[in-house]
Ligand binder design. Structure first.
Ligand SMILES: CC(C)(COP(=O)(O)OP(=O)(O)OC[C@H]1O[C@@H](n2cnc3c(N)ncnc32)[C@H](O)[C@@H]1OP(=O)(O)O)[C@@H](O)C(=O)NCCC(=O)NCCS
Length: 174
């Protein structure tokens, strides 16, 4: 993986250099707070996504399970310079079978998060392209993204990269 994000950044906002690499077990304590930040952000967008009190424990379990799953991809973005070796973002995804449709395997991006200082400089696009390549390498013929419909950041980010809605989950409280 190349050490910094490709693509031009606006002249007044140079791309903050990041280093992207596959996550390992030792990264769990750094990934969990970022995953929780993402879930709390989603709660701000939609009260139906209220974060549970035991979310931290669940996050730890779920990240660990992903790291041990050969069908999953977890990448971490590390800062450089003063933030060298600090995890400033991550993306995780999973190859899943589509029993009725072709292509039979899709790569589902379930979480993508960058600390605010690193946003809107093309780093997200870099994470997206690298995770897509990794998913393709695991046999996925399609890349999809699952995110809350009310999360405007996600809606705009993915729409800008050519993603369009395929299925929707609608909910009402019981
Ligand atoms: C989603 C995220 C990883 C994208 O990373 P990024 O480095 O900001 O993305 P890029 O610089 O490659 O692309 C920027 C585009 O993303 C969208 N975007 C990013 N931040 C946005 C914001 N605050 N409001 C609206 N759109 C936003 C826009 O389409 C933006 O393009 P623009 O700057 O021309 O308007 C990052 O913004 C983030 O961590 N957001 C919070 C977490 C989140 O919502 N994750 C998605 C749900 S799973």
């Amino acid at each position: 993986m190349s050490p910094s994000p490709p693509g031009p950044a606006p002249a007044d906002r140079p791309a903050p250099p990041i280093h992207l690499r596959p996550a390992r077990e030792a990264d769990v304590p750094a990934i969990v707070p970022l995953l929780l930040r993402l879930k709390r952000l989603n709660e701000e967008f939609d009260p139906l996504l209220k974060v549970r009190e035991d979310a931290e424990e669940r996050a730890r379990e779920s990240v660990r399970a992903h790291l041990a799953d050969p069908k999953a991809v977890v990448l971490v973005a590390e800062g450089t310079g003063a933030e060298r070796e600090k995890v400033v973002g991550f993306v995780r995804a999973l190859v899943r079978e589509r029993p009725f449709y072709a292509p039979a395997l899709e790569g589902v991006i379930t979480d993508i998060y960058l600390l605010p200082l690193y946003r809107r400089r093309g780093v997200g696009e870099y994470l997206l392209s690298e995770v897509s390549s990794a998913l393709k390498g695991k046999g996925a013929g399609l890349v999809t993204a699952e995110f809350p419909a009310q999360n405007e950041i996600a809606v705009r980010f993915y729409a800008k990269r050519g993603f369009r809605p395929v299925t929707s989950i609608h909910a009402r409280p019981l």
